[in-house]
Structures are given as C-alpha cells and as structure tokens.
Write a protein that binds this ligand. Structure first.
Ligand SMILES: Nc1ncnc2c1ncn2[C@@H]1O[C@H](COP(=O)(O)OP(=O)(O)OP(=O)(O)O)[C@@H](O)[C@H]1O
Ligand SMILES: Cc1cn([C@H]2C[C@H](O)[C@@H](COP(=O)(O)O)O2)c(=O)[nH]c1=O
Length: 205
C-alpha cells in the first residue's frame, strides 16, 4: 500500500511524518520522501536554489521520482510493506502546474504525459490544508525562503491540490493543518491502521 502526505511548504508534512514513525512503528512501514536523498535529489535542490529554468527543474523532479520508484518504492511494495511518502506525484502536478504556467501550453497535460505508463497513483493521500500566510509565517521562523515559498505561489499551488482532491475524493483525506499536531497525528495514524486493516481482511481467503 502506498500512502502519501501532501501540502504546501510549511503545512507540517515532515513534522507529521516524524510522529507517524513513532505511532506506527509496529507496522514496519517504509518512510520516504521526494525530492529524495539520491544524486538526482541533490541536483533538484540545486535547481530549486538557482531558480533558472522551470522546465529543467520539472524534468529533474520527474527524474528524481523515477529513481525513487525504482530504488525504494517498488522494492518495498513488492515486499508487501506499507510505503509512506512525504510528497509524491501530486506535488509535481500542484507546483509545476504553477511554475510552468505561461512557460508551456497546458502544463497539466504535459505532466500527465511525462508520467504515463510507468508511474503509480497512491492508494491514499493526506492533504494538509493551511492558509498560505500562516504557512509562510511558520517557514519564516526557520530561515531562508525557497522560490516556491511566496504567499501567492503557495496559494496557487494549494488551489491545484484542492482541485485534484475534488476530482478524486475517494483517494484524498483533507486535514486542517492548523489543528494541534498531536491530534492530526492521532487521526492520520488511526486512518492508516483502518485502511491497512481492511486491506488485510480483504486478502484473507
Ligand atoms: N500543527 C502544527 N501546529 C503548529 N506548528 C506546526 C504544526 N505543524 C508543523 N508546525 C511547525 O511548522 C514548521 C513547518 O513544519 P514542517 O517542516 O513539518 O512543514 P513541511 O510541510 O514539511 O514543510 P516543507 O514542505 O517546506 O518541508 C515547523 O516549525 C513545525 O514545527
Ligand atoms: C516533489 C516535488 C517538490 N516540489 C517542491 C516543493 C518544495 O517547495 C520543494 C522541496 O520540497 P521539501 O518538501 O521542502 O523538501 O520542492 C516541486 O516543486 N515539485 C515536486 O515534484
């Protein structure tokens, strides 16, 4: 089973993942992230820092995704493990839809074509929703802002996330990211146990 945690910068994804690592330790989940820790992930970070060309930046995110699938996600799923990823393909659709707008025609169609035939859709996606100004306040406390981390950019990105969630309501669970983190983590952990439990039950003869 593949579970993803999505949301704009500063919405609390990494904090939530850390809590889930403790709360779900008995499930032997594989916790992972995009952009990842591979050399492509490092190139992605450089592309973000230099902010030179949104097309090459988008292609690097896709390359990082391919490497992530091959080295971590597919092997873990093949072993029957639960994979929980901090960001996945929805991040590409949300952020690159915004950064490529006005750069190429129909970024959504271009991104869909780039993923066609080899990528996979998560079984379940938790989407953390937060007012962009609040997210910027949280990030600001931590130091230098990346080029995505501007209120108008994050507002546009969050709108794309929400429109994706409207199209696939059975996959997305929307979370109010301004709630206490303990409450968010309890709810998400319970949902994961419920969904994984019901999958196990289906598998039994
Ligand atoms: N529910 C919450 N209530 C209050 N503060 C929070 C909450 N969730 C996260 N924070 C704080 O907000 C800041 C950003 O959180 P975090 O790094 O987890 O966000 P993120 O979504 O992973 O960001 P990025 O995508 O930029 O890596 C951190 O200082 C964290 O402690
Ligand atoms: C996977 C992915 C990420 N991004 C953006 C979103 C963030 O601003 C940065 C780095 O991610 P992190 O969670 O802060 O480590 O990259 C993107 O634009 N497209 C993607 O596919």
């Amino acid at each position: 089973m593949l579970i993803t945690i999505e949301g704009i910068d500063g919405s609390g994804k990494s904090t939530l993942i850390k809590r889930l690592e403790n709360r779900l330790s008995d499930l032997n989940c594989v916790f992972t992230r995009e952009p990842g820790a591979t050399w492509i992930g490092k190139a992605v970070r450089q592309a973000i820092a230099e902010e030179t060309d949104p097309i090459s930046e988008a292609l690097l995110f896709v390359a990082d995704h391919a490497m992530h699938l091959k080295t971590i996600v597919w092997p873990a799923l093949d072993d029957g493990r639960i994979v929980i990823s901090d960001r996945f393909t929805d991040s590409r659709f949300a952020y690159q839809q915004v950064t490529l707008s006005g750069v190429i025609d129909d970024p959504g169609r271009w991104l869909a074509a780039l993923h066609e035939g080899w990528s996979l859709t998560p079984d379940l996606t938790f989407l953390l929703i937060i007012p962009p100004a609040r997210a910027i306040e949280r990030i600001d406390r931590e130091g230098v802002l990346e080029h995505f981390e501007r209120e108008e950019v994050l507002a546009a990105v969050q709108q794309v996330y929400l429109s994706r969630a409207r199209v696939e309501p059975e996959r997305f669970v929307l979370i109010d990211a301004e709630e206490e983190m303990e409450e968010i983590a309890s709810f998400v952990a319970e949902e994961i146990r419920r969904v994984c439990g019901s999958q196990e039950a289906h598998r039994q003869p």
